[in-house]
Design a binder for this molecule. Structure first.
Ligand code: ELE
Length: 339
């Protein structure tokens, strides 16, 4: 990491997740379970649980819902003092969790949220990025609309100008990009160009570069990573998972990280009895960033990413709450009662 050790600053929208209870479809019965979520906040909570100083930068309405979001961050050890308030509402997303061979369904209801209505000028980047060791953003913010795309670019520019390394999670959300006459490739390319760490697989890289990668499995990922390293000179690390969905309760997941000088790949693990799959990607990012921030090698780092994402699938809610002890016991293969 080129920056000085300090806090990780995450920037993005926070929302309420409203889920159908159990394995029901949305509104099959007139009940919804509520948790607080948002991709970048999930990374902040995941990293705070792993002992890192983290701060969230966002905007919420000045009402009870906004207060609840800030309270949630504080409860899990994330500095919420840079979650400001502004006009608009809190975004929502509805989830019908998958079951058996039925996929999960997500419906967004986040137009005109306080975050989507904000611009880069609403944030004091000098103060927010002061002492930051890493700035984490994702492809969700630019997908919200042209104003948010501009804000994401300005935020990345602000970090780059101040020498704060950027971690970028592609988080491609087709539903969001399709809502406006967007050009995801041009926008995402500009963001990735400023990043040191990219969370994305060969499909994300194909979208960025407009080229297909023909190989299979690990070969295809290495080929894609090499193409990305060539196209984006600032990139230092690319991490991704390969997920084989057996059914809603069982996924097989392997993790990979590519550096400029080497790569590390895990075996596939069977993640069965899945309790909540949402936030698995953000948990992976937290596990990888934990390895990066503690200066571990690629092999340890990729296993940390796999451990945190695998464990997240056992936990209800958007964010990983696991500690370094949990990573260690997962990696030691301790699956039975810890006494
Ligand atoms: O889609 C969005 O805009 C959200 O932020 C909702 C979720 O919190 C994250 O998407 C979780 O993402 P995964 O870790 O990939 O499961």
């Amino acid at each position: 990491m080129s920056g000085t050790p300090g806090r990780v600053v995450c920037f993005g929208e926070m929302m309420l997740r409203l889920s159908a209870p159990g394995r029901e479809l949305l509104l099959q019965s007139p009940k919804l379970d509520v948790v607080i979520g948002g991709a970048e906040a999930n990374v902040a909570v995941g990293l705070a649980s792993l002992g890192h100083a983290t701060a969230m930068v966002s905007r919420v309405p000045d009402n009870t819902l906004g207060d609840a979001v800030r309270g949630y961050l504080r409860r899990y050890g994330v500095d919420a003092s840079s979650v400001s308030t502004g006009p608009g509402r809190l975004g929502l997303y509805f989830l019908a969790p998958g079951a058996g061979l039925r996929a999960s369904e997500i419906v967004y209801d986040r137009d005109a949220s306080s975050f989507a209505l904000s611009t880069a000028a609403d944030f004091d980047w000098d103060a927010l990025l002061d002492g930051a060791s890493l700035f984490h953003i994702s492809g969700i913010t630019p997908a919200l609309g042209p104003q948010s795309a501009e804000m994401a670019l300005a935020a990345a520019e602000a970090a780059a100008e101040r020498g704060v390394p950027i971690s970028f999670d592609g988080n491609y959300r087709a539903q969001l990009w399709q809502r406006w006459p967007s050009d995801p490739r041009t926008i995402l390319t500009q963001l990735v160009a400023r990043a040191e760490i990219l969370f994305g697989n060969h499909r994300d890289i194909s979208l960025l570069l407009g080229s297909e990668f023909s190989g299979d499995g690990a070969d295809r990922r290495r080929e894609a990573a090499e193409a990305a390293f060539e196209a984006f000179p600032n990139l230092r690390l690319i991490a991704s998972t390969a997920r084989h969905v057996v059914d809603a309760d069982t996924h097989r997941i392997a993790a990979r990280i590519d550096g400029r000088e080497g790569a590390a790949q895990t075996e596939e693990v069977a993640v069965s009895g899945i309790v909540d799959r949402i936030g698995g990607g953000d948990a992976f990012a937290a596990g990888i960033l934990h390895g990066v921030l503690t200066k571990r090698d690629l092999d340890w780092t990729v296993r940390s990413g796999l451990a945190v994402t695998a464990l997240k699938h056992s936990l209800p809610g958007d964010a990983s709450l696991f500690t370094t002890r949990d990573i260690e016991s997962f990696l030691a293969g301790e699956l039975d009662v810890r006494r």
